[in-house]
Design a protein around this ligand. Structure first.
Ligand SMILES: Nc1ncnc2c1ncn2[C@@H]1O[C@H](COP(=O)(O)OP(=O)(O)O)[C@@H](O)[C@H]1O
Ligand SMILES: [Mg+2]
Length: 394
């Protein structure tokens, strides 16, 4: 079924939305899923069509690297959603500006560092927003999109964390842990808890990330929810809708083929439709041609973000191992067996242990590159698999 209003239309997400609304009645959630599977689209839909009695606000944390900027962005989102008045917004901004010095972690006069001031400002902002909820609204839903980006940036070692590499790493982890702890404090705080719901999202398994920084407990009040690819029927319907918006027709076999090539990812289904050569009716071979176009050298940057940037940014020195595992899994749509991948990972002279390779495999699954299936691992998306086969080792 298609759910839509003026600005957002969603295919195949009615059961998901119902489950999410159900959960929001009692608590918050962790919404995870591969890049471009539709997390943001779902959050936008919830902003436009919040559960009865709620106001929902989405804040995108991508690209932010400290606490004050995140609070600033949250304040701005509250103001836009009209849950905080402009005057209050201006005051909070002024407060933040006073403690914000050149984008670095500064210690203010009186020994209060700006992170603490920013957390205080956030607490005040949440307090005000919840208090201001109009009578008809009982709940404020705050959805923090792409949280792992921000946590990664907080965890990155900084020069003023000390000289020793180990100390710097721990200082970074402590910053990220503190952020999760503060968010948890806000959602559990007396007076806020029953009127505030948080949805945290990201394209990497948030639980794995929290575990890595020693903050699992800070998320255990949130219910994990994985956004899955579209069902074939819905993916095919999306492809048909996109194709017909371009004035073309196609048969069921064609749209199902597009769905399968895209691995049910709405984004890639749309791309396949957008790249199809204009003609009255599309056949399955036109979907192949469209995929070829998407994978052509001129468009090879399309998956770049899923591929190298992401791995390098998150995994640094382990990225090479992860890339070699992905290359091995990319040879076929059925993927590769665990033992084949282990022997690739343990390749002569690599100095890696079995545990290193096992850990890398867990991470590749956790971050939605690979799906485990019996004793095999295969790419979550056949288009991306083909892309990797061609360009993955560049
Ligand atoms: N259920 C859906 N039906 C139709 N289009 C969708 C659906 N989910 C996502 N999209 C579209 O797919 C693209 C990627 O979705 P997005 O929400 O940005 O993914 P994510 O946030 O998971 O990376 C966007 O163009 C979005 O509009
Ligand atoms: Mg998104």
């Amino acid at each position: 079924m298609v759910l839509h209003n003026n600005s957002v239309s969603l295919f195949g997400r009615d059961a998901t939305l119902a489950a999410i609304e159900e959960r929001l009645r009692v608590g918050g959630l962790l919404l995870v899923g591969p890049r471009r599977i539709g997390k943001t689209a779902l959050l936008k839909y919830l902003c436009d069509q919040p559960p009865r009695g709620s106001v929902a606000v989405r804040v995108d944390l991508e690209g932010l690297d400290d606490v004050a900027s995140a609070v600033e962005r949250i304040a701005e989102a509250f103001w836009r959603a009209e849950v905080a008045p402009k005057k209050l917004f201006a005051e909070r901004m002024e407060e933040l500006r006073r403690v914000k010095v050149g984008g670095v972690f500064e210690v203010e006069r009186g020994g209060v560092d700006r992170a603490e001031s920013a957390w205080d400002a956030l607490e005040a902002l949440f307090d005000d927003a919840v208090k201001r909820l109009e009578k008809k609204h009982t709940q404020l839903i705050v959805m923090l999109d792409e949280l792992p980006w921000w946590l990664d940036a907080l965890a990155a070692p900084r020069r003023d964390d000390g000289d020793d590499a180990g100390t710097r790493e721990e200082a970074g982890r402590a910053r990220a842990r503190q952020a999760l702890a503060q968010l948890r404090y806000l959602r559990q705080r007396d007076g806020l808890a029953h009127r505030l719901r948080m949805v945290l999202t990201g394209s990497v398994g948030l639980s794995g990330l929290a575990f890595a920084i020693g903050a699992s407990a800070e998320l255990n009040d949130l219910e994990p929810f994985e956004l899955r690819p579209l069902e074939e029927e819905d993916g095919a319907a999306l492809f048909e809708a996109e194709v017909s918006a371009r004035g073309m027709k196609c048969e069921d076999a064609t749209s199902r083929k597009a769905h399968r090539l895209a691995g049910g990812s709405p984004h890639w289904i749309k791309q396949l439709a957008a790249k199809a050569k204009r003609q009255p009716a599309l056949g399955p071979e036109d979907v192949d041609a469209s995929a070829e176009l998407l994978l052509s050298p001129r468009l090879r940057h399309l998956f770049q973000d899923e591929a190298h940037h992401h791995l390098e940014r998150r995994h640094g020195e382990h990225a090479a191992l992860m890339r070699s595992l992905l290359s091995a899994a990319s040879a076929s749509d059925v993927g590769a067996t665990r033992s084949a991948l282990l022997s690739v990972g343990l390749g002569a002279g690599s100095g890696r242990t079995r545990a290193d390779v096992e850990r890398a495999l867990v991470q590749l699954v956790d971050e939605f590159y690979l799906d485990p299936d019996e004793d095999r691992f295969r790419f979550t998306n056949p288009l991306f698999r083909r892309w990797w086969e061609r360009y993955g080792s560049w």
